[in-house]
Design a binder for this molecule. Structure first.
Ligand SMILES: [Zn+2]
Length: 151
C-alpha cells in the first residue's frame, strides 16, 4: 500500500463515477470506488459483488482508466493549490476592505467569492472528462471480448 498517499485527495470509499463498469461474467453493473479503480489500474483484481469473480480490465481499458484517474488526481491537487491561496487572499481582501478601506465598487466581496466558485467549477469540469465509457471487466485468466466456447 505504498501508493496510498498518491490518492490522498479522495477517500478509499468515494464512489468512482467517471466511468461505468460491468462484470463481463454475469453482466452485473459494478459501482466501483476510487480505491477499486486504482486497484484495477495496478492490475489488482476486484471482486464482482454478484458472482464473486476476480475481475480485471483489458489492457487498453486499463490505460484509459489510468489516464482518467491521473487527470482527476492532478486536477484535484491543482484545485487545492489554486483555491487554497485564492480563498485566503479573498478573505484577507474582504477583511481589508471591511475595516480599512472602501471597496472599489459595491458587491466587490461578492465578486471575489463568485470568482472562487467559478474557478472551482472550471476545475471540476476539467477533472471529469466528458467521454462516457463503460468498461467491461473480465474474469482473471479469461480473455476479454471472446465468445465463450462450449468445448
Ligand atoms: Zn459478476
Amino acid at each position: 500500500m505504498s501508493h496510498a498517499n498518491e490518492a490522498a485527495a479522495v477517500t478509499d470509499s468515494t464512489p468512482y463515477k467517471d466511468a461505468g463498469m460491468s462484470c463481463g461474467h454475469c453482466s452485473y453493473t459494478l459501482k466501483p470506488t476510487y480505491h477499486q479503480a486504482f486497484e484495477l489500474v495496478k492490475l489488482q483484481p476486484i471482486n464482482c459483488y454478484q458472482c464473486s469473480s476476480d475481475l480485471l480490465l483489458d489492457e487498453a481499458d486499463r490505460e484509459v482508466l489510468d489516464k482518467k484517474l491521473q487527470t482527476a488526481t492532478r486536477i484535484g491537487k491543482l484545485a487545492v493549490l489554486i483555491l487554497g491561496p485564492y480563498f485566503l487572499i479573498s478573505m484577507l481582501t474582504v477583511l481589508y476592505f471591511s475595516f480599512f478601506a472602501k471597496p472599489p465598487f459595491p458587491g466587490f466581496t461578492g465578486v471575489l467569492f463568485g470568482g472562487g466558485l467559478v474557478i472551482g467549477f472550471l476545475l471540476k469540469s476539467a477533472s471529469t472528462d466528458s467521454t462516457e465509457r463503460n468498461f467491461v471487466l473480465f474474469k482473471n485468466g479469461e480473455q476479454p471480448a471472446e465468445p465463450t466456447q462450449a468445448a
